[in-house]
Every structure is written in C-alpha cells, then in structure tokens.
Design a protein around this ligand. Structure first.
Ligand code: ADP
Ligand code: MG
Length: 423
C-alpha cells in the first residue's frame, strides 16, 4: 500500500491548504479572487504535489497533480497556465519518460478544459461536481494505463486505490466544498438584499403616512386662504403654517432618500477636518438661533474614504440633534483624533441629554421626541451611512448634562491596505 499511503498524505496536504484558502476568502468577505493570487496558489499546490510524489523508478513520478489541474482548470479557468506550469515544474525534476508522458497527457487535457470552461459554468452545481469528478476519473485511468505500460510492480489493488479512487475523491471533496461555500455566499448576499428591500418597502408605507399629515394640514390651510375677505394678518399666518408643513414633508422625503440609497456612490478621499469646518459653517445660523457656542479641536491630519455628501449628511444629522438639544443655549464641542488606524470624531453637547430608554431607541425609524419638528429619521440615516462606510458609533448621555457621540472611521491608509489585500 505504498502509493496509497503517499497519495493519502498528499491529499491531506491539499485539503489543508484549501481549508486555509477558504478561511482567507471567508475573512475577506468577498468571494472573488483576482487571477494572480489564484494562479500562485494553484502553482504552489502543483509544486507540492510533484515534490511529494511517489517514484517507483527514477524516470517516473506519480502524484495528485490531477486535483489542482482539474479544479484550477474548471473552477478558475486557468487550465492552460497550470498545464504550462506543470510541464515546467516536472521538467525541473528531469527530462525523462515521465516528462514526455506529461507532455502527451496534459497538453490535450489543458486544451479540452479550456474549451469547456464556459460550458462548465452553465451547468448546475451538481452537474459541475459530476463533470469534475468524471474528468479526474478519466485522467486517473490514463495515469494507471501509463503505470501499467511502464511495468512497475505495484499490486493492482494499490494502483487502483491510488489512481482511480483518490484523485476523484479529492476532486469531489474540493469541488463540493467550493460549491457549498459559493452557495452560502450567494445566499447571504441575497438575504442582505431582501432585508434591505423589505426595510425600504416598510419605510415607504410608513413614510407616505408621515407625509400625508403635513400635506393634509397644508391643503386645509390653502383652502382657508381661498377666502377673499381674510384679514391680511391671518393670511400671513396661514401662509407661514403652510410653509412649515411643506418643509416638514420635504424633510421626511430628504431623510428617507438618504436612507434608501446608503450604498456609497462616489468613493473619494475625505479630509475630515475641512469637511467638518464646512458642515459647521452650514449649521452656524441654527447654532446662533439657539445661542449655542461652538468649540472645535481638530487634529491636523485625518483622511478617510467614502462618499463626501453622505459623510456630510451623517455629521449634519448628529450636529443638528446636538444643537436642537440645547434650545436655551450651551456649548457644542467638536473634536477629532487621529491614529494610525482610525479617525475619531467626537461631538459633545451640554443639552438635555437622553434617558436610557431613549438611548436604546436611538436610530429607530420615526423615533423622535420633537413632535412636529422631528422626523425621527436623522439618527437612522447616521447608522446606515456608518454601516456603509465601515464606521462605528458610541453614544453616552445623561439627562440634564448632555450627550457625547463618538464616531470612528478607518483611516485611508488602512482602507488602502485592506483593498490591496483583497485584490
Ligand atoms: P429627530 O431629530 O428628527 O427627532 P433623530 O433620529 O435625529 O430624529 O433623533 C431621534 C431622537 O434622539 C431625537 O428626537 C432626540 O430625542 C434624541 N437625540 C438625538 N441626539 C440627541 C442629542 N444630542 N441630545 C439629546 N437627544 C438626542
Ligand atoms: Mg435629528
């Protein structure tokens, strides 16, 4: 059982390597690998197979190269490259009978797999596994006939296990795992999408209700305005009510739109400091109205990656809440901190604060304590933008004392690193 032992050992090495490959993919969360690392991985596999081969005579080597060839050829579409690599690696171990047999066997095989690649992917997962297994079986049979031609003196049972049983078994295990993981990843993706759609749908229903109220009120007042004998003062009053109602409807729509489209459209470098300054400028009138004094303490550096507009929206929502929590004036402090991995933005207000129940409900759609002046969508938008930008949030609050909100984003160098690791 010499060869069988060899091959089983070989197979376990391949399976272990594959296992780590899956872990890597799982961690990456993206189920696509670009060609170069794939080619590298399969060439390493091939080399391991050939290095730990069984060679009964000095001119022949028997190994499990079939497994990486079949899997790489069908699943990664890199058959011809792998065949070339096999020939080169095998050549390094000597140009002998085995080498010529390799040429004779694998060049046609590589060509066939290459031709069948797109056809292969049109089959169902079960069929794909079947095709890969049958293919390795055929190659196993060919190898076995090669062995017989060569006249090595291994027992038939041993040869059968080693060439006919183990390679298809290995291909089966691997292709089955690939299909399994692939299906899993696809299902997860679909789930996320349906969850999102469901949320958007629910929001749509709730929103039409939220919009109808101010619109009904507005149209009521418009009707009153039709009265030609309405005093000038009253007319003015009604008009300003209509205006308010329309603005509140508009606010709901604006917030909803930012929620429904949280995927980042344009990825760009964001200079946190200058973006915060700009946002504070926008909110200055509101702060003045509430006699809120703004203090800033920005670190010099701090770049993150994301959609500028959404980032601004996120900050505006947080700052607006902070200012609105201080109707009788107070201090708003905005500071940033920069480390090698993260940029942290801290917003502190000396406003009315929140109870623990209010804190727990923060981010829930339509949860607002502001009655007509709030939509209860602001913080929900903040959460969805943070999720899309891989940021995190921490909120501390005490009734009567104020609220501190820390949001953290990965810095740009880290994002870059992550991306280069993924590709
Ligand atoms: P809205 O501002 O339209 O009410 P948000 O989602 O922005 O909706 O906020 C939800 C609720 O969370 C607010 O109504 C308020 O009660 C509470 N809240 C948020 N930020 C603060 C803060 N800085 N201080 C006190 N309460 C806050
Ligand atoms: Mg708000």
């Amino acid at each position: 059982m010499e060869i069988t032992k060899h091959f089983f050992l070989n197979l376990s090495v391949i399976v272990i390597l594959l296992f780590f490959c899956f872990i890597f993919l799982e961690r990456n969360k993206k189920w696509t690998l670009s060609k170069h690392p794939l080619i590298f991985f399969f060439i390493v596999l091939l080399w391991i197979c050939i290095q730990f081969s069984y060679h009964p005579s000095p001119h022949t080597r028997y190994d499990l190269r079939i497994i990486p060839l079949v899997i790489g050829g069908y699943y990664a579409g890199i058959g011809p490259i792998l065949i070339a690599a096999t020939i080169i690696i095998r050549g390094l171990y000597g140009v002998d009978l085995g080498f010529y047999l390799t040429l004779a066997f694998y060049i046609p095989f590589g060509f066939v797999v290459w031709q069948l690649y797109s056809w292969f992917w049109e089959r169902s997962p079960a069929r794909r596994i079947e095709i890969a297994v049958i293919n390795s079986l055929i190659l196993g049979l060919l190898t076995m006939s090669g062995v017989q031609l060569n006249g090595t003196d291994s027992s038939l049972l041993d040869a059968f296990t080693a060439y006919i049983l183990i390679p298809p078994l290995g291909v089966f295990i691997i292709s089955y795992s690939i299909e399994f993981f692939k299906k899993n990843a696809e299902m997860r993706q679909r789930l996320i999408k349906t969850e999102k759609l469901k949320a958007v749908e629910q929001m749509g229903a709730a929103i039409s209700h939220e919009i109808r109220n101010p619109l009904t009120a507005a149209s009521g007042f418009v009707q009153l305005l039709q009265d030609d004998y309405l005093p000038r003062q009253k007319r003015k009053e009604y008009l300003s009510i209509v205006m308010d109602e329309l603005q509140s409807a508009e606010r709901v729509i604006q917030d909803y739109l930012t929620f429904a489209k949280p995927s980042l459209e344009s990825l760009e470098e964001i200079n946190v400091k200058s973006e915060l300054r700009q946002t504070l400028n926008i909110l200055q009138p509101l702060a003045n109205q509430n006699s809120v004094e703004i203090h800033t303490d920005f670190s010099i550096l701090g770049f993150i990656k994301g959609d500028k507009q959404k980032f601004q929206q996120c900050i505006i929502n947080i700052l607006k809440n902070a200012i609105e929590s201080m109707p009788n004036g107070g201090y708003l402090t905005v500071s940033t901190e920069f480390s090698q991995t993260e940029v942290t933005i801290t917003v502190t207000d000396t406003g009315e604060g929140m109870t623990s129940e209010q804190l727990a409900r923060l981010g829930e759609p339509f949860y607002s304590t502001k009655g007509k002046n709030g939509t209860g969508l602001g913080m929900m938008v903040v959460y969805s933008i943070l999720r899309a930008m891989e940021g995190s949030i921490k909120v501390e609050s005490k009734v009567g004392t104020g609220t501190t909100i820390c949001i953290t984003f990965p810095t740009i160098s880290l994002t870059k690193e992550k991306q280069s690791r993924q590709s």
